[in-house]
Ligand binder design. Structure first.
Ligand SMILES: [Fe+2]
Length: 386
């Protein structure tokens, strides 16, 4: 049971990245590692952020180095390389500018900078000794939520699986959630990362350790996403209201699952991502509706409540199963309109389904599923997708 906690000081407003120099000054750090990925390196955002870092009230972050090698589904050795760089250049703080991959790699790197060994040694909660180096998270997608969570999910290529490294002091110290940063995000990434955020909120509010705080946060994120995600995908650059709504929803959904858990969708998507290196958000977008349907009737009451929230004209006296049906139809309509590909587009051979199912069961969030999920249950889900 997790009691509500949120140690990350979180700024949510368009343009709030301008506060970065105040933030580094407040942390009293002068030597900073800016972590990005190659895609972002090709944009003007890293220069924009580096300019702000150098313009502090005390000229605080006068020395900034860049680490640009984070891959999608970041590898354990990438986190180790970030840590080595921080130690070698005596860097005091990591500023992570990017999607979930960048934030997760940087988060583990900040921990490994002060703790010996490899990420695999720290799989699980609170297994390290020393406090990580300070971290500032600046998300550039509307999906990760990693800016307000304690977990770093890393791919371990040797074992073809993902590991979760987490700790009470791995929450970023501060997060700057600035919708300006997703203004140029490609439509497909707005869709996939937005559906990842929707997955975070829906899994948080249907999992076994949902609580009143995580439920309230999940409801807010779900309503925002149902009302704004399609608009944001259609015109992320021109529709400021939708852009800000999905960015806010992403962090609020992160706050929700950070204080509850995710469940079977992430157990499967992390298993598949560890083996086949598929995009996390896309995998969740494909798996979300089938898993929720598999969990019926255990999730019906919650889905029925959500149906009334996102569509207030719904008659709340309607039977629970009917309202849950309607909610799932809405979800199906949304994912179709966002042109979510089919599961078969991954080209995963059915011979690998047993391995996927076995690794899903080993996921730390498996026990949070609305109903117990063994390997045969995941195999049933996978068979239904083919
Ligand atoms: Fe996710």
């Amino acid at each position: 049971m997790i009691g509500y906690r949120m140690p990350t000081r979180t700024h949510i407003a368009p343009g709030c990245r301008s506060r970065l120099s105040e933030v580094t000054a407040s942390l009293a750090v002068e030597r900073v590692l800016l972590v990005i990925d190659p895609g972002l390196q090709a944009t003007s955002w890293p220069d924009d952020i580096q300019g702000i870092l150098g313009s502090g009230p005390t000229g605080s972050s006068s020395h900034v180095e860049r680490f640009t090698d984070v891959e999608p589904n970041p590898r354990t050795h990438t986190a180790s390389r970030i840590a080595e760089r921080m130690r070698a250049s005596d860097l005091q703080c990591v500023v992570a500018l990017g999607g979930g991959s960048v934030l997760d790699a940087a988060k583990a790197g900040a921990m490994l900078a002060t703790n010996p060994g490899t990420p695999e040694q720290y799989e699980g909660p609170n297994l390290y000794t020393n406090r990580p180096r300070p971290m500032i998270a600046i998300p550039t997608t509307c999906g990760t939520g990693s800016e307000v969570t304690w977990v770093s999910v890393l791919s371990h290529p040797e074992s073809r699986r993902k590991i979760s490294v987490k700790g009470e002091t791995m929450f970023p110290d501060q997060a700057l959630v600035d919708a300006d940063l997703i203004r140029t995000l490609p439509a497909s990434l707005v869709a996939w990362t937005g559906l990842d955020a929707l997955t975070h909120a829906l899994e948080a509010t249907t999992c076994t350790i949902a609580n009143p705080v995580s439920d309230a946060l999940a409801e807010k994120a779900i309503v925002l996403l149902f009302h704004h995600l399609e608009r944001a995908v259609t015109d992320i650059e021109g529709d400021a209201e939708a852009r800000e709504a999905v960015m806010r929803a992403s962090t609020v959904a992160g706050l929700s699952f950070s204080n509850a858990d995710v469940a079977g969708v992430h157990c499967l998507s992390e298993s598949i991502g560890g083996i086949f290196d598929v995009p996390h958000g896309l995998a969740n977008a494909i798996l979300l509706e089938p898993l929720l349907r598999y969990h019926r009737p255990f999730v019906d009451r919650r889905l029925a409540e959500l149906e009334v929230l996102i569509h207030p004209q719904t008659d709340a006296a309607q039977p629970v199963a009917e309202r849950a049906d309607r909610f799932l139809e809405r979800l199906s309509d949304l994912t179709s309109r966002l042109e979510t590909p089919s599961f078969s587009s991954f080209g995963i051979p059915p011979d690998d389904y047993p391995l996927i199912a076995e690794q899903a069961v080993r996921n730390g969030s498996n026990s949070s599923n609305p109903q117990p999920m063994a390997a045969e249950n995941y195999l049933e889900v996978l068979a239904g997708l083919s």
